[in-house]
Design a protein around this ligand. Sequence first.
Ligand code: FAD
Length: 360
Amino acid sequence: MASDADWLRNPVKVAIVGAGIAGSFLGCLLEKKGISPDVYEKGHHDTVCGFRSCGWGAPSTIGAYLADTGLDLDDYLLESMKSMEFDGLVARTPLCTLDKPGLIRDLRSRLKIIQRQFTNHGGEEYDVVVDATGISRAILPPCTSDLTLPTLQHRVFIEPVTGGTPGPGVYGSHVPGLGYIWVFPLGRRQYHIGAGGLVFDRYAEILDQFLNDLSRDHGLTRHCTCPGKIRVACPFYSQPMVATRMRENGELQRIIGVGESIGTVSPFTGEGIIYSMECAKILADSWLNEDLYVSRILSRFAWMRKERETLDYLLSAGRDTGPRLRDRWRFYRNARRSGVQLPLWEAFRRMGSLTRWIEG
Ligand SMILES: Cc1cc2nc3c(=O)[nH]c(=O)nc-3n(C[C@H](O)[C@H](O)[C@H](O)COP(=O)(O)OP(=O)(O)OC[C@H]3O[C@@H](n4cnc5c(N)ncnc54)[C@H](O)[C@@H]3O)c2cc1C
C-alpha cells in the first residue's frame, strides 16, 4: 500500500467527476499547480441552456476567483443587481447575474474533458477521485443528514407594455414558509424567474400567478422551464467529505468531495456558485492534506451549520414558538454576509412573518 511519502513523490493520477462550476474551477486551479486531472462530465441536462438549472446570480466579489484563472468578470457580466427589491423594500446589493454557461465552457476549454458518466465501479487507475457531482453526490457515501429543496425556474422574455421592465427582486411573501421567488435580469429583456423553498412545492401555481400579475403591464414570453433541487444540508451534515476505497491492486483510492456535493450552499438562500468556487480553492490550496481540507471547510462554512440548525428547528414537529431571536439574527447575518443592505429591524420583521406560517 502506498505511504503518504509515496503519494507526494510519485505523480498522482487524478479524476474530477463533474465539470460544473466547482469541478471545472478546481480543474483549472490544479492545472496551475502542474497537476493535469481527467475531468468527467456526463452532460445531458434536460435544459435548453444545456446546463443545470440555476439563477446565475452571484456577488461581484466572484471576480477575484475568476482572476485566479486569468478570467475577467466583465466578460461574463450580464446585469448588475445593485439595487434589488425585497418584498417592496429596495436595498443595495453587490449582486449581479453572470453568463454561467459561458464561464463553465471557458473553464472546461482549458481541461481534458471526458464526456461520459463516471460510475463508482470504474476508475481503478485513479489515485484520487474528486466528487464534484453537485446534487447527485455520485461517488461519496450518502451525507450523514441530507436536506434538499425543490425549485422551479422559467426563463422569460419581458417587453414593457406600460412603463418599464421589472427590476431584480426577491419575494418571500409569495411562498408559504421559508422560500422565495427570484426575478433575476439576464440582459436583453430576458429574466430568470424561479421559486424554491422548504415544505411547499406547488411552485408551478405560484409562478403562474406571479407571471399573470406581471403580464398586466408587460408582454411575457416563456422561453424554457426547468425543475431543480438544491442541497441545503451544509458541509457539517454533508460528511463524510473524504473517503477511501480499496482498489483491486491493493492500493487505496482517495475520494474527496467539493462544491454542492458536500453542501457548500447557503441553507437560507440557496446561493452556491461563489461558495463552491471558494471550496474548490480551499481544496486546491490544501491539496492531498485531507485533514486540513476538512477542518478548513468546516471552519470557513460554520455559519452554514447554524442556518441549517434554524431550518431544522423551523421544520421540527412539536415546536410551539416561531423564529427565535437567534434565527432572526442569523437571517440578518445572512443578508449582511451577502452584502445586502437590509436594516436590522427589517430583517427581523421579515423572518417574523414566518410565525404566521408556523402557527397556521
Ligand atoms: C433553480 C436553482 C437556482 C439557483 N440559483 C443560484 C443562484 O442564482 N446563485 C447561486 O449562487 N447559486 C444558485 N443555485 C445553486 C448553484 O447552482 C449550485 O450550488 C452550484 O452550481 C453548485 O456547483 P457544483 O459544481 O458543485 O455542482 P453542479 O453545478 O451541479 O455540477 C455538477 C456536475 O457534475 C456532473 N455530473 C453529475 N454526476 C456525474 C457523473 N456520475 N459523471 C460525470 N459527471 C457527473 C453534472 O452533469 C454537473 O455538470 C441554484 C440552484 C438551483 C437548482
